[in-house]
Design a protein around this ligand. Structure first.
Ligand code: PGA
Length: 307
């Protein structure tokens, strides 16, 4: 009797779900005319989609928050030991991936001091495994000393060391093939933003990555407007969200809906404990890449921005 009863309930539930899906999901497709005013124009479609993504998808994106610290060329054994102690003692949100981008020479040192729940990243790696490339470090070497991530394409590599989109993409391809996870950086300069070229620039940088990356599972994209890096001039949450939403649309159109939904996009550029919470509320911001503040105890609050 009980079994019959629960079987009936199951059937009823299944029926309810089919009917509600048909009503909710397929309604616009089945009765497009009812939505004519909004669906008639591309603008209308975009508005509907924007509302949909705000209301329904944002808080259940399923993308795990991911915060990277980029120590750049800073620190020595003493100060690195101190930061590692702060991070080891802290209560870090278990729902956030944490990665520390450490100068290569201190990678093993930091790895040994940090809990294994915190990942360690190189800040650069060359595009081949070994050979006559004086001064370079390969993904295989990073892995050998305990790193599991690498930051590639940072604006300082692009601007100071003249790394091209193509070289960065080749580095990403090789690092992924070697089993490292990649934080792939992109971002426009102030000049490019003021010329209204932000979307064009980030799309070009994404295109270069897309030519070399087949599987995006181990990639996190870091959108870092160059004018916000190290300047104390953070993008507003709306400015950042606008570019992140554009990137998701670009991914849908150029890679796939699945990658667009699952790829994590960090924001970077003067993130501090004071602005992280507001930025973290935006639906397409899935974490941060943090420079200056990652050298200070406030990094803990940034990691916990969604807590
Ligand atoms: P910033 O640096 O947080 O000091 O602005 C960010 C970065 O370069 O990744």
């Amino acid at each position: 009797m009980d079994m019959n009863h629960s079987a009936t309930n199951l059937t009823l539930d299944a029926l309810k779900s089919v009917v509600s899906q048909a009503l909710l999901g397929k309604f616009t497709a089945v009765f497009p005319k009812l939505f004519k005013c909004q669906w008639k124009t591309y603008e209308g479609q975009k508005k509907l989609y924007a509302n949909f993504s705000k209301d329904s998808v944002s808080n259940m994106s399923g993308r795990k928050f991911c915060v990277g610290g980029n120590w750049k060329m800073n620190g020595d054994q003493k100060s690195i030991a101190e930061i590692c102690k702060v991070l080891s003692d802290a209560q870090l949100d278990p729902n956030t991936d944490v990665v520390i981008g450490c100068p290569a020479i201190y990678l093993m040192f930091a790895r040994n001091l940090l809990p294994c729940s915190i990942g360690v990243a190189g800040q650069n790696a060359y595009k081949v495994a070994k050979g006559a490339f004086t001064g370079e470090i390969s993904p295989a070497m990073l892995k050998d000393v305990g790193a599991d991530w690498v930051i590639l394409g940072h604006s300082e590599r692009r601007a100071i060391f003249k790394e091209s989109d193509e070289l960065i993409a080749e580095k990403a391809e090789h690092a992924l093939a070697e089993g490292l996870k990649v934080i792939a950086c992109i971002g426009e300069t102030l000049e490019e933003r003021e010329a209204g070229k932000t979307n064009e620039v980030v799309a070009r940088q994404m295109c270069a990555y897309a030519k070399k990356i087949r599987d995006w599972t181990n990639v996190v994209v870091a959108y870092e407007p160059v004018w916000a890096i190290g300047t104390g001039k953070t993008a507003t949450p709306d400015q950042a969200q606008e570019v992140h939403a554009f990137l998701r649309q670009w991914l849908t159109e150029n890679i796939s809906k699945e990658v667009s939904n699952s790829l994590r996009i960090q924001y970077g550029g003067s993130v501090t404990a004071a602005n992280a919470k507001e930025l973290a509320k935006k639906p397409d911001i899935d974490g941060f890449l943090v420079g200056g503040a990652s050298l200070k105890p406030e990094f803990v609050d940034i990691v916990n921005a969604r807590k």
